[in-house]
Ligand binder design. Structure first.
Ligand SMILES: [Zn+2]
Length: 264
């Protein structure tokens, strides 16, 4: 189960992972806090500010179909407003989802929010707390009816961009910052020795790119992910997706893991 803030958050750094595990027969779910109504419209013919949330919902549905995941789950919060959502309410909703779907592994943002996006950091907090509380029968006892019993997720992973992945992006003409309201927010890049888990998604690269391209309102016609020349594809920064194992009930890896389900 992946928990993110906006439609398209799943695509760039974990679309290959989702596709890989769906292809292996896992039940893959994407939970998103918002429908992305505060996003840019890079392709004006595809959406207006009024219908952007509906269009972006369809874009994420398209991407999940392509990954082979279940249809996405929308929490329905307002894009750009997650820091003022009642944290206890959001955590309770995630606990319900975890107890119903009973995932073995959850991936979400780390405390860096990839580039410090406030919504991403809020989702990082909610998901980390929900990981702990979903297993505790004393927490949210009103969510314990029927099939909604406590559930211990085995592993929690934070998505993490590495220094070499960021260097690969920049050397292919992408920015090392994201502009939000006129302010540049730099990507946080982790040293290789801080990474616990690297998933090779080269076999699923075309699926990953197709998933990214579902989010057409966010890309624009000249986006490198749309125009991607053949020689860029299959470079390591695009073919590996990196994570930091943050919680585990099944021990810790010796060296770099290459599978989210190692030890399960
Ligand atoms: Zn986002």
């Amino acid at each position: 189960m992946a928990v993110y803030a906006h439609p398209d958050d799943e695509a760039f750094g974990s679309g290959g992972t989702l596709a890989k595990y769906a292809a292996q027969g896992c039940d893959v779910y994407v939970v998103t806090a918002t429908r992305g109504e505060a996003g840019n419209i890079a392709t004006p013919e595809l959406a207006t500010p009024a219908n952007l949330p509906d269009v972006r919902e369809q874009e994420l549905r398209c991407a999940c179909r392509i990954y082979g995941a279940h249809p996405p789950i929308f929490m329905g919060y307002q894009d750009g407003q997650l820091t003022i959502v009642h944290q206890g309410q959001a955590v309770a909703r995630l606990v319900r989802i975890i107890r119903e779907l009973r995932p073995d592994v959850i991936i979400t943002f780390g405390p860096d929010g990839i580039y410090g996006h406030y919504d991403h950091i809020a989702v990082h907090r909610w998901t980390s707390i929900a990981f702990d509380l979903a297993a505790d029968p004393d927490c949210f006892p009103d969510l314990l009816q029927g099939a909604c019993q406590p559930h211990q997720v085995r592993k929690l992973y934070f998505r993490a961009l590495t220094e070499s992945q960021l260097a690969g992006m920049v050397s292919n003409g992408m920015s090392s910052t994201v502009m939000m309201d006129g302010v540049p927010f730099p990507f946080t890049a982790y040293r290789e020795d801080e990474i616990t888990t690297v998933i090779d998604v080269s076999e699923w690269l075309q699926v990953k790119l197709a998933g990214i391209r579902c989010h057409a309102t966010q890309l624009g016609h000249d986006n490198p992910f749309v125009t991607m020349p053949e020689e860029i594809m299959y470079q390591r920064w695009l073919c590996t997706e990196s994570y930091i194992l943050a919680r585990s009930t099944v021990g810790w890896p010796q060296g770099i893991e290459t599978d989210l389900f190692e030890r399960l």
